[in-house]
Design a protein around this ligand. Sequence first.
Ligand SMILES: Nc1ncnc2c1ncn2[C@@H]1O[C@H](COP(=O)(O)OP(=O)(O)O)[C@@H](O)[C@H]1O
Ligand SMILES: C=C(OP(=O)(O)O)C(=O)O
Ligand SMILES: [K+]
Ligand SMILES: [Mg+2]
Length: 527
Amino acid sequence: MNSNHLLLEEPIRMASILEPSKPSFFPAMTKIVGTLGPKSRSVEIISDCLKAGMSVARFDFSWGDIEFHQETLENLKTAVKSTRKLCAIMLDTGGPELQVVNRTEHPISLEADTKVILTPDQDKPATSNLLPINYHGLSKAVKKGDTIFIGQYLFTGNETTSVWLEVDEVCGEDVICLIKNSATLFGTLYTLHVSQIRIDMPTLTDKDKEVISTWGVRNNIDILSLSYTRHAEDIRHARSFLSKLGELNQTQIFAKIENIEGLTHFDEILQEADGIIFSRGNLGIDLPPEKVFLFQKAAVYKCNMMGKPAVVTRVVDSMTDNLRPTRAEATDVANAVLDGTDAILLGAETLRGLYPVESVSTVGKICAEAEKVFNQDLYFKKTVKNVGEPMSHLESIASSAVRAAIKVKASAIICFTSSGRAARLIAKYRPTMPVISVVIPRLKTNQLRWTFSGAFEARQSLIVRGLFPMLADPRHPAESKSGSNESVLKVALDHGKASGVIKPHDRVVVCQKLGDASVVKILELED
Ligand SMILES: Nc1ncnc2c1ncn2[C@@H]1O[C@H](COP(=O)(O)OP(=O)(O)O)[C@@H](O)[C@H]1O
Ligand SMILES: C=C(OP(=O)(O)O)C(=O)O
Ligand SMILES: [K+]
Ligand SMILES: [Mg+2]
C-alpha cells in the first residue's frame, strides 16, 4: 500500500486511477466500527463483518435490553475465535436522548399543517395527534418557534419517514407543535431532537450506570462511548464512575459530540477524553448544514495533533437499503480519511441495514484508496511543527521510527509497548505502513490476586488508524524491558509474515527498549 503512493498535489496520470489496488491482508489502515443489532448478530454475519474489516463492535444501549446485547456479544466471541480477528467492544450509552415511544408499533401518520402534542405521559398510546416522550422537562426547555425533529431511531437522514415540527404553544408539561411535513413514522422507537436547546438530564443516566455496572463489567468493555458529551466534567464524572468498577478503570472514554454544547466545549472535552466520536447524525441537525464540514475538519485536526483517535459517524446511510452508496457518500468517506480520521462508525447500515457486510467492505475499500493519496509528508511536517521543541524522548523516538520506515520503504513498523503509549504515538505520525504493536503483558496485582495487563491495551488500539495489535504471551522470557526481546520479536515477525504484511527481503523498523535506551532499528530480512 505504500508502494503505489500518489500525491493529489501533483498531476496524476488519469489511467493510473483505474489500476486495481494490490490486494492486502487487511482492508484498510482506517478502522471500522460496526453497530451490532438485529441485522448483524448471527455468528455468520459477525464473522463476515470481521473478515471485511470491522475491528470494533458497538453495542448501542439506546436500544435493546441487556439479554439481547449479551446474546449478540456471545456470538461475537464465537466469531472472533473462529476468524482469529481481534475485536474491541464499545458500549454506547443512551445518555440524555429524547425519545418518542410507540408501544403499539402501529405506523403513525402525521399530516403537514396539522398539530401534534408531545406529552411526557408515557402511559398514553402514540397516535397522529399525540406522541408520548421520555422527558418531563421539554415544555420548560422550548419556546414558540423552536424546531423539533423526529425520526426513526438511528435515522439516516434520507428517509421520508422523519418529521419536522415547529413549537406552537406550551401547555403545562405538553408541547403543541405544528407539523411541517407529512410523514409516517414506522417502528417502536424514534429519536427526538430539539435544535440548540439545553437538556437538563445527566450525561450518564441512571440506566446507563446500571448497564455499565452489569453488562459492562461482565464483558470488560474496552471503550465507553459517552453519548451527548457536553462538558469536560461529563468525562471526569464517567471516569470516576468507571474507576470504581474493577477492571473498568482501564476502559477508555470516547466523547460523543452530538450538539452545539459539545462543540462549544470541544477543547476542554478533548483534554479529558481518550478519543472523540463526531456524531454527525445528531450534529447534522443541530448545526446548519453548511457548517458541519468545518467542525469535522477543525475537530479532526485537533484530535490528530493530540494523538487521540477521531471517529466519524453516518457515512453511508443510503447503504441501509442499497448495495451501493451514493457518490456523495463515497466521496465523503474518502474525505474523512484525507482529513485524518482514525475510524468510521457504521450505525443504521450494520444495525438494521440490508447489507451490513457489504457496508463494511465498501467503506474499507474507499478508505484504503484514500490512504494511498494521503499526504503523509505534509501531515508529518505539520505534526512535528505542532509538537515544537524540545520534543519528549518518546515523541522523538516515535516520529523518528515513522520517518525511518518511510525512508527505507519498510513494509511494517514493529513497536513494543506495555501501556500502548509508544504505539499510539507512532500512529500519531500516520505511517503509510501498518504498525504491529506488540503488547507485552505486565504482571499486576490489586492486592487480592495477580493478573496480566495487556488485553485492554491491545484491543483499544483497534480503533487507532494504522495499529494492528498483537498480545505477546506472558510466559515469554521477555516481559522485562532489560531482556533483548529477541524471541518476542521473532514471534511478531512471524505474525507479520503469516498475515502477509511482511515478505522475504523486506525491511522492518523496530521500536523497543534495550536496557535503558529506547532504540529504533532497521532490520533487513533474509527470508
Ligand atoms: N516490554 C517492552 N520491551 C521492550 N521495549 C518496550 C517494552 N515496553 C515498551 N517498550 C519500549 O519502551 C519505550 C516506551 O514505550 P511506552 O509504550 O511508553 O512504554 P510502556 O508501555 O512501558 O509505558 C518505547 O520505545 C517502547 O517501544
Ligand atoms: C451515532 C450517532 O448517535 P446515536 O448513538 O444516537 O445513533 C449519531 O448521532 O451520529
Ligand atoms: K446511543
Ligand atoms: Mg446520536
